[in-house]
Design a protein around this ligand. Sequence first.
Ligand SMILES: [Zn+2]
Length: 477
Amino acid sequence: MRLINAAEGLDAKGRKTRLSLSIENGRIARITDAAGAAEDIIVMPALVNAHDHARPLRSSSVGAFGKPLETWLHRLAMMAPVDPYLATLAPLARAALGGQGAVMIHHVRAMGLTDYAKETEVMARAARDVGVRVALGIGMRDCNPLVYGAHDELLASLEAAVRAEIEARFLSQPMMPIKEQIERVDAVAAALGSPMFDVQYAPNGPQWCSEALWEAIAEASARTGRRITTHLYETKYQRAWADRSYPQGMLKRWKEIGLLSPRLTLAHCVWATPDELDMIAEAGCTIVTNTSSNLALRSGIAPLAEMLKRCCKVAMGIDGQAFDEDDDALREIRLLWSLHAGWGFDRAFEPSEILLVALENGRGAVGAGNGGRLAEGAAADLLILDRAALDEDGLMPVDPIELLFARGNRSHLRELIVAGRSVVQNGKLVGVDLDAAQRELRAAYRAAMPSRAGFVQAWTGFEKAVCAHYLTRLGCC
Ligand SMILES: [Zn+2]
């Protein structure tokens, strides 16, 4: 049993002062008024990162800065396969330091150095060693490996050497048959699924999956009860592709095949229409908004106020692209508020609604169950912030929610507790050595750089051709 006596408690319901909170068996057992001296700390539920990919190092380090998603994704091929344990440990450790108690890993790029079962097993071990909750979404796709639509014209426009490099890098692997893709998810879930490690179907997005794959996933999810996580309308090119490919409406089709359900998580929805937001709200899907990522990849500003107005269940994601590329989820909630809450005296929502988005709404999407609130019986997934550091001026009593949204960031994190276990203490990870992991990863990537020489050579011509595809002849699947 552990007792926390805090000067302040904060969740989406509001503020509590001088509270005593006891933790037993991974849950909040009791909350009472603090009888004795309360520490100068703020206790609040841990942040939930409901959309991410656990990328080992920062993408701008391989020249991906400022690129739209459609070339940014290809640029990631600059990063060679590395040890999947370290590749998972480092981003999850940074996530913990950024205040995240639960993280979605949409696993779109398997390292492939060992078989898939072994790779996911060591990923689960990395998650256990760090101590955060993880949902592993097994990436699924079966079309459009280069661009949205046919890529023949694009290939034909490339110089021979560039074409050979691109074909070898992106087109040499056959797509896995649909049945095998479904079975692979079910096998990983059977082997590794637990209350701390949820396994999900994770189709990469509409433009990368055939109609038959969507139907198979909808059927499998209804049969097993397993969740689905995917990207939707991240960029304006995805919007254009969907409108051409589904003139009757893509979401209408998804509704017909039973895909829209409370089991479905939709990352982004930057370019969703108001009618589609109504359909998403009605079906009880979760939308994950990724504000920093949408800025970094030039995707746009999501209609967050409209989503909330239309009663969509919205959660927060970091998507590996926090504003400072540092996985700081505390800074991210400030960005959500700053960018989306309205201008002047027009107030679309209050900071407390962002706390609902960041602390509670994503828990279901990552299979984290009951929690996200300072309540008896809720999971003991908690952040402890240094209140004195947050209010170092100390001039007069100020509501801590205002200080949090004015200046809160990961430097104020004193402790992260997940399922009652201390993961970060005094600003340091308890169970793992992040610096050592990052040193090893950097060395592995640097050593593999010569294997990317052909890709570096091919890049300028390839990038120009991809850009031309989206600007002139966006096709259909
Ligand atoms: Zn993503």
